[in-house]
Design a protein around this ligand. Structure first.
Ligand SMILES: Cc1ncc(C[n+]2csc(CCOP(=O)(O)OP(=O)(O)O)c2C)c(N)n1
Ligand SMILES: [Mg+2]
Length: 397
């Protein structure tokens, strides 16, 4: 971080290196330095496309420390997921495990536009959202390895990360089920007049489910402050979107509910869209954001991810649209840090992840009595039988 601070102090907006002049249409610095930091304005990679709404501006305000923190946080997420892959292969993580590498810009851009009083709820691809909400690496790895120090006490595993105090309501394994729950959270926010919103994230596969439309209908009818975020990574397990959806324009699928199509690989575009959506939802009710994104790993650890898509497709996205590389280019062309400083950054990140894994491994497995806590049964291990549920069998831990 010391390198980042030093780099940020060195920033001079008027100094775009000669060899980066070709980026001028993309980068439009202006000389304001309110708050001590130079303010930067960056154009999004592509324009937003609106459905029943005028889209926000493509010019996004940012500053050096934000860009550096985006780089750092996305690198941390990327490294965490790659390390989880290795831990899985060494059998230290078992069961379900869905990785988020490739999609990091959605988690980071969303977090940059809201507060911890706003709520987020997502499906099973949840590790990085948890991290973005302020969760720690140790809690994440401990949860993945089923240890006591995990964010769900080692009882949830990969799909059930949770951090209620920071407005993160999971981590859900049943495809689509989190969307009606998210609408319920928004109902509570409206009822309690909290002035906050809920972002309910779901995949392109989930986007075809009936429950989504039922929840959206009632949310629109009651003007609930909910933002439906479709993370369109273009596949639901091994099924390409065109095999599953008559209309893959998910931002339009709310019909009477407005929507916005966003480049989900561009963290600044995600930030701009989420800020816009929050303001809209507080005034008017639901809106849909379709994030055009991509997952580098297979669907889960049992899927190599290369039987239903070509290697060229994956390599092409990495080369052309990678969210970390995009921010790296911005940082270097603004001279906020050099390429070698960013490499040092990444080395620090790698060390941080390794240390967290070592610490998480020291945490013991949950006590067997935990089998009977936090389950929907009254009392420890008590089950009721019979038509009138009057026969009771108690199994003590
Ligand atoms: C109700 C239900 N049906 C099926 C499954 C099995 N399943 C798990 S993930 C998945 C694909 C979902 O794809 P998508 O919504 O695009 O999310 P992504 O994995 O791409 O993030 C399916 C069918 C499930 N968990 N729940
Ligand atoms: Mg998908």
């Amino acid at each position: 971080m010391a390198a980042a601070a030093a780099a940020a102090r060195r920033v001079s907006c008027s100094l775009l290196r000669r060899d980066h002049r070709h980026l001028l249409p993309l980068l439009r610095p202006f000389a304001s330095s309110a708050g001590g930091q130079p303010q930067l304005t960056v154009e999004t990679s592509v324009p937003f496309t609106g459905h029943k709404i005028d889209p926000p501006s493509r010019s996004v305000d940012t500053n050096p420390s934000e860009l550096l923190s985006f780089f750092r946080e996305m690198s941390l997420m990327r490294r965490m997921e790659i390390a989880a892959d290795s831990l899985y292969k060494s059998k230290l993580i078992r069961g379900f495990c869905h990785l988020y590498d490739g999609q990091e810009a959605v988690a980071i851009g969303l977090e940059a536009s809201i507060t911890k009083k706003d709520a987020i709820i997502t499906a099973y691809r949840d590790h990085c959202i948890y991290l973005a909400r302020g969760g720690s690496l140790v809690e994440s790895f401990a949860e993945l390895m089923g240890r006591r120090a995990g964010c769900s006490k080692g009882k949830g595993g990969s799909m059930h990360f949770y951090k209620k105090e920071s407005g993160f309501f999971g981590g859900h394994g049943i495809v689509g089920a989190q969307v009606p729950l998210g609408c319920g959270l928004a109902f509570a926010q409206r009822y309690l007049k909290e002035g906050t919103v809920t972002f309910a994230l779901y995949g392109d596969g989930a986007a075809n489910q009936g429950q989504l439309f039922e929840a959206l209908n009632i949310s629109a009818l009651w003007d609930l402050p909910v933002i439906l975020v479709c993370e369109n990574n273009h596949y639901g397990m091994g099924t390409a979107e065109w095999r599953a959806a008559k209309s893959p324009a998910y931002y339009k699928r709310g019909d009477y509910v407005p929507g916005l199509k966003v480049d989900g690989m561009d963290v600044l575009a995600v930030k701009q869209a989420c800020k816009f959506a929050k303001e809209y939802a507080l005034q008017n009710g639901p809106i849909i954001l379709e994030m055009d994104t991509y997952r580098y790993h297979g669907h889960s650890m049992s899927d190599p991810g290369s039987t239903y898509r070509t290697r060229d497709e994956i390599t092409g996205v990495r080369q052309e649209r990678d969210p970390i590389e995009r921010v790296r280019k911005l940082i270097v062309s603004y001279e906020l840090a050099t390429a070698s400083e960013l490499k040092d950054f990444e080395k620090e990140v790698r060390k941080e992840v390794d240390e967290a894994i070592a610490q998480a491994k020291e945490s013991p497995m949950p006590d067997p009595s935990e089998l009977f806590t936090n389950v929907y049964v009254k009392g420890f291990g008590v089950e009721a039988f019979g038509a009138d549920r009057k026969e009771v069998k108690a199994v003590l831990p």
